[in-house]
Design a protein around this ligand. Structure first.
Ligand code: CP
Ligand code: NVA
Length: 318
């Protein structure tokens, strides 16, 4: 049985297999063909933090796969009153077929998975947001920006270089793992005190030795976007960091993805953002709403990516 906690635990072939499933399932969805790959299965979705896209895409996704989704806000279950995570994992896991958990520390997620008798999907932890990255890469494939190992029905432009501008957070960490596993280049530009975790960077560099990815870090957004065909960013204050909002706003001055920054990237570059987005902070209104922005295609791809992840995990249960 496999969990989906970080991309660290998946080989390049497995990541591409999940994406192939997502592409097939999206095609069927667009042609209104049924995809009953999880008939009568129950997905419990536990949220200790807010969500719009992750909740809706997993809930709609499991229904479209023939199963049922159960939304559990931690405010409403005993977890929110301090029940140990290992008790919750065993109790819920004995009644459902798969569990998605959005939580705070990544250790909490790992402990949950350790005790769960069914596959656990990371719906976001403080350290990683891997389901988002599969939707992001699916969007890149549809935009013709992907590694050439597999053939897709989308025109192929170039070997991707991704520039991530902003906080070295769960999204930055996840981008590092995706690039390192698949072998594309990535440059992360963050202020001095907000770089991605050293341990994640070191691990990514190890994976990159095998895949050939070029991984670089800088404090200069202008340097990062040079030659990049994907520009992406994320909020400066993630969930759980609300108290640091003011101090972070000051630290991140100069890190807004605006038209001037976009003009330094590849002329065909696309802009991605996992959402929720804060206009005038990490991204300007004109970039978010502009012609290079693929953010709503990216958001809707959560649905298809998640159906691919659930189907793959279900198929790989022994
Ligand atoms: N990108 C993302 O995970 O969005 P939500 O927080 O709305 O789920
Ligand atoms: N880094 C953000 C991502 C939200 C989807 C957060 O953790 O709040």
């Amino acid at each position: 049985m496999r969990h989906f906690l970080t991309l660290r635990d998946f080989s390049k072939e497995e990541i591409l297999d999940i994406l192939d499933l997502a592409i097939e399932i999206k095609k069927d969805f667009n042609q209104k063909k049924p995809t009953p790959f999880m008939s009568d299965k129950i997905l419990a979705m536990i949220f200790e933090k807010n969500s719009t896209r992750t909740r809706v895409s997993f809930e709609a996704g499991i229904y479209q796969l023939g199963g049922i989704g159960m939304f559990l806000s931690s405010k409403d279950i005993q977890l929110g009153r301090g029940e140990p995570i290992k008790d919750t994992a065993r109790a819920i896991g004995s009644m459902v077929d798969m569990i998605m958990l959005r939580t705070y520390s990544h250790q909490r997620l790992e402990e949950f998975a350790q005790y769960s008798p069914v596959p656990v999907i990371n719906g976001l932890s403080d350290s990683f947001h891997p389901t988002q990255l599969l939707a992001d890469y699916l969007t890149m494939i549809e935009c013709g920006i992907y590694m050439p190992e597999r053939k897709y029905n989308f025109p192929y432009i170039t070997n991707p270089k991704v520039a991530y501008i902003g906080d070295g957070n769960n999204m930055a960490n996840s981008w590092l793992f995706l690039a390192a596993k698949l072998g594309f280049d990535i440059c992360i530009a963050s202020p001095r005190d907000y770089m991605p975790d050293n341990s994640v960077v070191s691990e990514a560099l190890e994976f990159a030795k095998q895949s050939g990815a070029n991984i670089s870090l800088t404090h200069s957004p202008q340097e990062a976007v040079k030659g990049a065909c994907v520009i992406t960013t994320d909020t400066w204050a993630s969930m759980g960091q609300e108290d640091e909002k003011n101090i972070r706003e000051k630290a991140f001055q100069g890190y807004c993805v605006d038209d001037a920054l976009m003009s330094l990237a590849d002329e065909n570059a696309v802009f991605l953002h996992c959402f929720p987005a804060y206009r005038g902070q990490e991204v300007s209104e004109s970039v978010l709403e502009g012609s290079q922005s693929k953010v709503f295609q990216e958001a809707s791809n959560r649905l298809h990516a998640h159906k691919g992840i659930m189907t793959w995990l279900h198929k790989n249960m022994v």
